[in-house]
Write a new protein. Structure first.
Length: 327
C-alpha cells in the first residue's frame, strides 16, 4: 500500500540524468523509460522511478515535487507556501493532490504560474520564513492559516489538528492550557490583515483538536459537527479487565457507544503491523473490543475512509448503528 516519506527520503528518490547514466542507462534508454512510463520526469533533469512514485501517498508525491523544484532553483530558493509548505512541515493534505508547486513571491508582483510552479503574490513577514533541511517555506502557524483560508475544510482541519497535536499533545492527552494558547495565537493572526477565506479560517482554528491522530478522525469529527451531533468525547480512556490502557477515538454518551476510525494502514502497512500478520492484528482488535465491552457495557462502531467520503455517507453508517444527532 502507499506510504509516507520524510524530506531525506524524498531527496533520495530523485535522480538526475547523470546518476541514471552512472547506473548504466543510455540517453536513449532514459527517454524510452520516460515514454513508456517506467521513469517519471518530475522536473527538468529530476526523475523518479514509476515504482517509487506509485508507492507514495499524495503528500509524498508532492514533497518530491517540492524538493525537485528547490534543487532546480538558484540559492536561496523559493519560499514554499500553502500545500507545498504543508508537506515540508509533515502536515497531511486530506485527499488533496496539488497540480502545481506553490511558492510565495516576496515583493509586490502579481501571482502567476510558470513551469509547474504557482507563484502567489502574498505578503509574508520575514519572521514567517523558516528553513527545513535547507529549504525555505512559511512557518508552521502561517501555513496552517493559509490552508484554512484557501482549502476545503476537510483539508484545513486535518492540517490544523496535526499542527496542534505537535504542540500540545503527549501520547493521547492534550494539555488544555497549551491548546488554548495556540488557538489564541492563531486567532490573533487571523485578525491581521483581513483576507479572503478568513471567516472559515477562524472556524477551523476554533474546531482544531490535537487529539485527532489521523486525518480520518479529523474529517469524521467535522462531519459529526456539520450533521448536528454534539462534539463527541475524544481519545476516551478505558482501563481493561487486567489493567490495560485502552484509548478510543470517539465516545457517544447518549448512545453508550464508542467510535473508531479504522485506517487501512493498521492492517496492511508493514511498518505499523510490525511482526504481526493482518490476521493477528484483527484478532487483537477483537479481543480489545470484547474487553472494552465487558468493562463498560458500551459497544464499539468502526468505520473507514469510504464511510466518510461525504457527510451523508457517514450519517448513513452511524444511523445503521442507531447513533443519531440529538433532537
Amino acid at each position: 500500500m502507499p506510504k509516507s516519506i520524510d524530506l531525506p527520503a524524498a531527496r533520495a528518490l530523485i535522480l538526475t540524468r547523470a546518476q541514471l547514466r552512472a547506473r548504466g542507462h543510455t540517453e536513449r534508454d532514459i527517454e524510452r523509460r520516460v515514454s513508456n512510463g517506467t521513469l517519471r520526469r518530475v522536473r527538468n533533469d529530476r526523475y523518479v522511478t514509476a515504482d517509487a512514485w506509485e508507492g507514495l501517498w499524495n503528500e509524498g508525491r508532492h514533497l518530491v515535487e517540492v524538493v525537485a523544484t528547490h534543487l532546480n532553483s538558484a540559492a536561496p530558493g523559493p519560499v514554499f507556501w500553502g500545500p507545498s509548505s504543508a508537506v515540508l512541515h509533515g502536515l497531511p493534505l486530506y485527499r488533496m493532490a496539488p497540480k502545481n508547486v506553490h511558492a510565495a513571491i516576496l515583493g509586490t508582483r502579481h501571482g502567476r504560474t510558470l513551469a509547474g510552479v504557482a507563484w502567489h503574490g502574498v505578503p509574508v513577514d520575514s519572521a514567517d520564513i523558516v528553513e527545513i533541511d535547507g529549504i525555505r517555506c512559511t512557518s508552521l502557524e502561517r501555513t496552517v492559516l493559509d490552508l484554512a483560508c484557501t482549502s476545503p475544510s476537510a483539508v484545513s482541519l486535518s492540517a490544523a489538528d496535526a499542527a496542534l497535536r505537535s504542540a500540545a499533545v503527549t501520547g493521547h492527552v492534550q494539555r488544555p492550557e497549551i491548546a488554548e494558547d495556540w488557538k489564541e495565537r492563531m486567532l490573533a493572526r487571523a485578525e491581521r490583515p483581513r483576507r479572503p477565506g478568513i471567516r472559515n479560517a477562524r472556524r477551523i482554528i476554533q474546531l482544531a483538536d490535537g487529539r485527532a491522530q489521523l486525518p480520518g478522525e479529523s474529517v469524521s469529527r467535522l462531519h459529526l459537527i456539520n450533521l448536528g451531533y454534539a462534539v463527541p468525547d475524544l481519545q476516551v480512556h478505558v482501563v481493561g479487565s487486567a489493567g490495560q490502557d485502552y484509548w478510543l477515538d470517539f465516545g457517544f454518551r447518549r448512545s453508550r457507544c464508542f467510535g473508531e476510525f479504522d485506517g487501512e494502514g493498521k492492517y496492511l502497512d508493514d511498518d505499523m503491523r510490525g511482526v504481526r500478520t493482518a490476521e493477528e492484528v484483527v484478532l487483537a482488535e477483537k479481543r480489545r473490543e470484547d474487553d472494552i465491552r465487558g468493562v463498560t457495557g458500551w459497544r464499539t462502531v468502526r468505520w473507514g475512509s469510504a464511510d466518510i467520503r461525504t457527510a451523508q455517507s457517514f450519517a448513513t453508517k452511524l444511523f445503521s448503528f442507531g447513533i443519531r444527532p440529538p433532537g
